[in-house]
Structure formats: C-alpha cells, structure tokens
Design a protein around this ligand. Sequence first.
Ligand SMILES: Cc1cc2nc3c(=O)[nH]c(=O)nc-3n(C[C@H](O)[C@H](O)[C@H](O)COP(=O)(O)OP(=O)(O)OC[C@H]3O[C@@H](n4cnc5c(N)ncnc54)[C@H](O)[C@@H]3O)c2cc1C
Length: 378
Amino acid sequence: MTPEQQQIRDLAREFAENELRPHAEAWDREGELPRDVVAKLGELGFLGMLIPEEHDGLGLDTTSYLIALEEIARGDASVAVAMSVHNSLPTQMILAHGTGAQKERWLRPMARGELLGAFSLSEPDSGSDAASMAAQARKVDGGWVLNGAKAWVTNGGFGDVTVTMVRTDTPDDRRGAKGIGAFIVPTDAEGYIVGKKEDKMGQRASETVGVAFREMFVPDDQLLGEPGQGFIYALQGLNGGRLGIGALAIGIAQAALEHSLAYAAERKQFGTAIRDFQGMQFKLANMATRIEAARALLHRAGEAKETGEKAVQLASMAKLFASETAMYVTTEAVQVFGGYGYMKEYPVERLFRDAKVTEIYEGTSEIQRTVIARELYR
Ligand SMILES: Cc1cc2nc3c(=O)[nH]c(=O)nc-3n(C[C@H](O)[C@H](O)[C@H](O)COP(=O)(O)OP(=O)(O)OC[C@H]3O[C@@H](n4cnc5c(N)ncnc54)[C@H](O)[C@@H]3O)c2cc1C
C-alpha cells in the first residue's frame, strides 16, 4: 500500500469501527439504515472516490477505493453495498457516457454525497438474462415515456437518482441487447412508483425494492449516450461493480475471521482454549489463507481495470473467488463459535447471512464462471 492508501484505509477503518460496527446488529434487526450514515459517507468523501476532482470527487485509483470499501464492509455490509452501488455503477456510467451538462447536474452532487445513486437493470422475469427485459420507453416530443417494472433495486427508494435500463426499440422492431437505453431517473419523478421493500435473509439494512414506471416522462437530456447502447454501458459498469462486491465480500470474511480468532482464544473446552486444538487451528489457517488470496486477486483485478488488460476476466474471477471465500469463511466462523454461532446474539450469525448474496447479485457465481470461460477463449 502507498502511504496515501494507508491513510484511506485508516480513515475508513476508524469510521467503520466507531460508527458502523456498534450499530450493525440493530440496523440488521430493524431492517433500516439511518439516512445520516449516508451523509457521513459523503462528508468523508466515500461517495466520490472514483470521480475526478474536476467533478468534486476524490479522483482516486481503483485499489484505494477497494481498500476503503473492504473496511466499510468489515463494519457493516449493508452500508457497504449502498456505497458500492453508488460508486461503481450510476456514477461511473454518467462519468463515462454523460454529456458535460449531465455531469454538472447529476455527477457533481453525487460525488459530494448529496445525491445517492442506484442502478436498475433486473426485472421480475429477467435477471441473469437481463437483455430480455420488458420495460419499455416510447419516444415522444422532447423525451421518452417509460412503462414497466424493475426488481430488487438497491437504494431504489432510499436513493435519489437511478440509472435505469429500459427498451428503446419498438415491439415491431426488436433489437435484443442493442435495443436498450440507459436513462437518468430521479426517484421523485412523477410515475416512479416504489414497491414493497424486500424482507431479506441478509444485508437487511440495505434497501432492496421493486419499482414500477407508469407513464413516466423522462426528458431527452436524461438519456445517457446513445439510445441503443444502454445495455453495453450497464455491462461495462458491472465490470467495475463486481470489484466493489469482491471488496465487500472480503470485508465480511475479514470480520468473521477476527471474531473467530478472538472467540477461539477465549472459549475453553477440555480445560484449554479451543484455539489450542489442531482441528480449530486448521480452520483458522484456511480462513486466513483464503482471505489473503482473495484480496491479492481483487487488487490484481483493480490494477487490471486501470490498464484494461484482462480486466473483464479478472473482475469476474475476483468477484467469484471473494464471494465464495466470504461464504466459506462465515460458514467456518459459525462452526468455530459452535452453538453460540447459531444465535443472533453473536455477530457471525449475521455475517453468514450477509455473505450469501455476494454470490448472487451483480452476476451469480454461475454467470461469473460463464464470463471467465468466454474470456479464456477470446
Ligand atoms: C439483495 C439484492 C440486491 C440486488 N440489487 C440489484 C440492483 O441494485 N440492481 C439490479 O438491477 N439488480 C439487483 N439485484 C438483482 C440481481 O442482480 C439478480 O438477482 C441476479 O442477477 C440473478 O438474477 P435472478 O435472481 O433473476 O436469477 P436467475 O437469472 O433466474 O437465476 C436462477 C439460477 O439460475 C442460474 N443461471 C441462470 N442463467 C444461467 C446460465 N446461463 N448458466 C448457468 N446458470 C444459470 C443462476 O446462476 C441462478 O443460480 C439484486 C438482487 C438481490 C438479491
């Protein structure tokens, strides 16, 4: 780590230790995240990490961002996913494809943390096969009218602005993945209807909602780039998003390891601390080794994002390996805690639940393997 990266890690760690970890259990129970947590993330610059300084961001490199995100996830995975979606997807898509005016209007306040971003691709009937979406935009004078339904939008009501993918082709001229546009939609737009908040297994404080569009007018100046390119922009965004989810997964795993090390040193059976048993030592060693390997691969993928070389393949590998590591480590952590690990009173129970979704969102593990195999033959 460079001295600057160490400073960022320390800042994120201190914030997570003092302001997130002590509340994580209550936020999980209540299924709510206080809005002032997002404001604090913004004040510390954590919502503009990858946005250049000319747009009020910090203009940091990808690895610095991943280091900070891991620390935030070590404190609370629900806060980390809100931060990851905002930094990796809508802001990066506007930065890459937005006009000067769009960057001025949307990106600048997003970088300062005044507007929280969301990304809306999935629909009830199209998840992994997102290009088969049905939500439709109809061209009218001065803009587009959107109708349809989106599923599982992180920050979809809690956030302020979402980059939303909908069909821009017409029912009698379907163009598949090339018939989809990306629109910048504020969540208070007329016709933007926030549905029920999902009652989830883990990352419960992060808001996940269905959203419906009913005759929602979106002016031309809120279309991002070309009308048929939105799906390509979304996939490009997801390459960065997958790194964010990798960092988040490692943060969960690291927290589970730390709790396990402390518990194994404290808990006594057969007259000695359980850390003295080789069966426990092997578990702890495997957990720590997998975390180090996942982190090394993630940072390698972060560097590849900067250079472009094997960036897609490495992003999928890093997300796949980190999320499966989080699931492995948290499962072992529950085992180290024995019966107490199964109880909500102890943090490893929550970490185990928080880990699972990292294998599902922003491309399931099966989809990551499909991408990796495709890239190997490229
Ligand atoms: C908590 C949470 C937050 C989310 N946040 C967002 C968000 O902010 N924005 C957004 O757009 N989406 C979001 N999603 C949606 C998420 O990205 C999808 O759930 C995910 O892409 C999988 O889609 P699906 O659930 O429809 O599963 P499906 O695609 O129906 O898959 C079901 C199973 O089939 C497998 N499968 C599917 N296709 C293949 C294949 N070709 N080869 C092998 N196996 C396959 C899958 O891996 C999976 O195991 C979120 C989901 C969750 C749970």
